[in-house]
Design a binder for this molecule. Structure first.
Ligand code: PHE
Length: 528
């Protein structure tokens, strides 16, 4: 490159003034606005529809993709019928409260006994601030509150690792301070010893050292000697109590434990704070969407058994309380999980069915444990956030609601893949006992004490889901493969939508943006 980015921007600024400069920065992805936008979407305009007659769309599935599809189509003056197999809206967006019952595909029935105002989000539980999900909350009047995805005082736990930190629960702030501190020390020393002379000018080296001082809290001799940021015992207090910083971990123990590797999580585009949750449970979004769509437009307990393109529209057969019924429309939007859609009889071409069935399924599991006291707050001063372990529990979510209250419901484990399958194979009682065995290693006996009730969800054995989310294996070309791409447009009059047809898989944002894209395609076709 003959011109640096900085130099280029300076030249644009001179030639065109600040406005041009700001827009150019946006195009280069440098302005603050560039990263704050969700994909463009113009809500449908019903004014044109009269000319074309009122079109009817059958929406297959009443999860977030289906409900968003129906909601946006209704805005545009379409007529919609949503067919949903479950007796509630939302699909994987499911909040479990006292009295709810669930029978999984293995025939295990659980009845939730959570107290009033206690709940667990069995599916999605956190929303990044830049997701379109937040816009729907605003539009639908669903109040949101902070979901704490990161807490310096939550624990990390690693076992079967080399060194003295094996099997020791540690506070995140302590690990982070040490990992940053030792990294800064080593890099500062290397810089001062000339190891980076080929890369850096003397001024750059000085600037780097200054950065490392602040990053790692190293002293003027470039040494990390711990300090208050990693925690105190006792902590600073009244009068002469200056606090005693806890001693740092040994550098070799620290890095070999892999504990420091956890902090990439909080840098993730979609896991960085701020994150949010609807007040009262994630399903507030599903119910708000369903209410906006209107009860007359949604059929629950409607299990789709066959669907087909006809010469000028679609036909969908479903089994409901009154037996098997047929609905027809001009178009259908199939939002079912692709692995389920693939095995339901249809007249889709074989390649499309193959594409639907080519996904790889990921399982996830959660247990909600209601305690009669908020011991993580009272005993450990952990107010929200996540404790992470390399045991089969994976993640423990300390609730981001009801702080300092009498009761609280923790997510005792949230895990995926093999760990989720391991728990899924157990009975609910066995799952709870295993979670307690593992949880005690981190928190001690309190993890198993004063338990009011528990409820666990295994998404692989959940009817109408059969997975937590899916991926597109590289063997079928991933999301650039012909199979994936064949589902991005209609097959005759049948369209597809869902988070699986987005680059935000396993997020409601993916379901919503995919639904919007499909709605726009339908409308464009109708108006043409
Ligand atoms: N959205 C889910 C979650 O936040 C699944 C997911 C995890 C997606 C991590 C991307 C990254 O738990």
């Amino acid at each position: 490159m003959t011109q640096t980015r900085r130099g280029f921007l300076r030249n644009v600024g001179i030639a065109g003034g600040a406005g041009v400069m700001f827009n150019t920065m946006g195009a280069l992805g440098l302005s603050p606005a560039a990263s704050a936008e969700t994909p463009p979407f113009t809500p449908l305009d019903r004014s044109g529809l009269q000319r074309h007659g009122r079109k009817k769309v059958i929406v297959m599935g009443g999860g977030i993709a289906g409900l968003t599809t129906a909601y946006e189509l209704l805005k545009g003056g379409y007529s919609v019928t949503v067919l949903e197999g479950r007796n509630r809206p939302g699909g994987r967006n499911w909040t479990v409260r006292g009295g709810d019952t669930h029978t999984d595909l293995n025939g295990r029935t659980q009845r939730a006994r959570f107290s009033r105002d206690q709940y667990m989000n069995a599916g999605p539980g956190r929303i990044p601030q830049m997701h379109v999900t937040i816009d729907y909350c605003r539009e639908l009047g669903v109040p949101i509150e902070v979901f704490t995805n990161q807490n310096a005082d939550a624990f990390l736990y690693r076992e079967n690792v080399p060194g003295a930190l094996n099997g020791v629960p540690v506070r995140q702030r302590a690990v982070k301070a040490d990992a940053y501190g030792y990294t800064a020390e080593l890099l500062a020393k290397a810089t001062d010893q000339g190891a980076l002379d080929a890369e850096l000018t003397p001024e750059d080296k000085e600037a780097l050292i200054s950065y490392l001082r602040s990053f790692g809290a190293i002293n003027s001799a470039n040494e990390y000697v711990g300090g208050g940021r990693r925690g105190y015992d006792p902590q600073p207090g009244a009068h002469l109590e200056a606090g005693t910083p806890l001693p740092q971990y040994d550098i070799s123990d620290l890095f070999r434990s892999t504990l420091g590797n956890y902090f990439s999580f909080e840098m993730g585009f979609d896991q960085a704070m701020m994150m949010f949750q609807p007040v009262g449970g994630m399903d507030r979004i599903a119910y708000a969407l369903a209410a906006a769509v209107g009860i007359r437009n949604v059929r629950y307990n409607a299990e789709i058994v066959e669907y087909r393109n006809t010469t000028d529209g679609v036909e969908v057969l479903y089994r409901g309380p009154e037996g098997t019924r047929k609905v027809s429309g001009d178009f259908a939007v199939n939002t079912m999980p692709p692995h389920i859609a693939a095995r339901i009889p249809s007249n889709l071409p074989a390649e499309v069915v193959t594409a639907l069935g080519s996904v790889s399924k990921t399982n996830a599991g959660k247990i909600g444990i209601e305690y009669e006291r908020r011991w993580w707050e009272e005993d450990f001063r952990i107010y929200g956030g996540i404790t992470n372990a390399n045991t089969n529990v994976g993640n423990v979510w300390h609730p981001s609601y009801g702080y300092n209250g009498r009761r609280g419901t923790m997510i005792g484990y949230y895990n995926t893949g093999a760990n989720a399958n391991f728990y899924g194979a157990l009975t609910p009682e066995q799952r709870f006992r295993e979670a307690v065995t593992q949880g005690k290693k981190i928190f001690g006996d309190v993890y198993g004490e004063k338990v009011h009730s528990h409820f666990s969800q295994d998404w692989a054995s959940a009817k109408f889901s059969e997975a937590a989310w899916v991926g597109w294996p590289s063997a079928v070309g991933g999301q650039t493969g012909a199979g994936y791409q064949s589902l991005l447009g209609p097959t005759a009059n049948i369209y597809f939508a869902g988070d699986h047809l987005s680059h935000a898989i396993a997020w409601q944002h993916g379901a919503m943006t995919s639904a919007r894209a499909t709605v726009a395609q339908i409308h464009e076709r109708v108006m043409a």
